[in-house]
Design a protein around this ligand. Structure first.
Ligand code: FAD
Length: 260
């Protein structure tokens, strides 16, 4: 079985993150240290857990990311992935969701796959639609937002949890799935794993070798019209109850324009 895991480099969630107000992209200079997105570590873990139980399983990690993302991608190799594909091309800088999905799908096709595992939502872009779009471009079934995952030789099955209940869903392979934080955390890397990662296959490809023309005017692209920094947050108003809290609250709501 061949599993491709989609991994994205993101700024560390615990550090300061900034948008470049000129481009609308992450200000990589000012942003916190780049890391492998935690949800994608879980996606790698899901693939490796299957590989542990099924010798012969190949796990390829795939990222479309700037050239500087090499160390982040190697972390997935150090966790135990078999090989890595890094799509890197300056013409893809600022790629919108459709172009990203097209690029990832082309790289997946080129690599070959039975199953694609992704995170359900990146911690920076946060669109939450790349896995579904990749499945659509590949023309295969998608099971998104899975809180449990089982893989057999021919099928993938999982649980989709919503406020209304839990759906048990399954699809024939090949398929694309995305997983949630309900799945186990990624395993720690070991010194042995880090050393082994240095010798694992690491392929770098550009858009042209995937037959993708980033500037093709025939393809719909979204255009960013403007970008603005989030306004600073102001402290709220604290109402102390001295027997008149209800009146003060009503006066506050009226002043804020809340009417019947
Ligand atoms: C040179 C260059 C610069 C880039 N700069 C930025 C940037 O500044 N900000 C930014 O957000 N993106 C950047 N990207 C990546 C790309 O534009 C986004 O990944 C894309 O828009 C996906 O949006 P999302 O994270 O909201 O997707 P979501 O749908 O929220 O992602 C869900 C899941 O899809 C998979 N996935 C998403 N994106 C990728 C990817 N690129 N590679 C592999 N798997 C992926 C992951 O498994 C992820 O958990 C850059 C890419 C390149 C080549």
């Amino acid at each position: 079985m061949k599993i491709v895991v989609l991994i994205k480099e993101v700024p560390d969630t615990w550090g300061e993150r900034r948008l470049d107000l000129e481009t609308g992209l992450i200000d990589r200079g000012a942003a916190a240290a780049p890391v492998l997105d935690e949800i994608d570590e879980r996606a790698v873990e899901a693939a490796l857990a299957h590989a542990d139980a099924h010798p012969g399983t190949e796990v390829t990690v795939l990222a479309m990311a700037p050239a500087s993302a090499t160390a982040t991608i190697r972390k997935a190799l150090a966790m135990g992935a078999t090989s890595a594909v890094h799509v890197v091309d300056d013409a893809l800088r600022g790629a919108d969701l459709l172009l990203t999905a097209e690029v990832l799908a082309a790289a997946i096709r080129r690599t070959g796959y039975d199953l694609v595992i992704a995170g359900n939502l990146s911690t920076d872009g946060g669109a939450g639609v790349i896995p579904a779009m990749v499945a659509e471009v590949l023309g295969v079934p998608q099971l998104t937002g899975l809180a449990a995952l089982e893989v057999s030789d021919t099928m993938v099955t999982g649980d989709r949890v919503s406020d209304a209940g839990t759906m048990r869903v399954s699809a024939e392979l090949p398929a694309v799935v995305s997983i949630t934080e309900a799945l186990p955390e990624g395993r720690f890397t070991t010194f042995k794993g880090i050393m082994a990662a240095k010798k694992k296959p690491y392929e770098t490809v550009d858009a042209a070798s995937l037959d993708i023309a980033p500037d093709d005017p025939a393809t719909a692209r979204y255009i960013m019209l403007s970008v603005a920094e989030r306004p600073p947050r102001h402290a709220g108003i604290k109402i102390v109850d001295e027997g008149d809290a209800g009146e003060k609250l009503a006066a506050f709501l009226i002043a804020e324009g809340v009417t019947r």
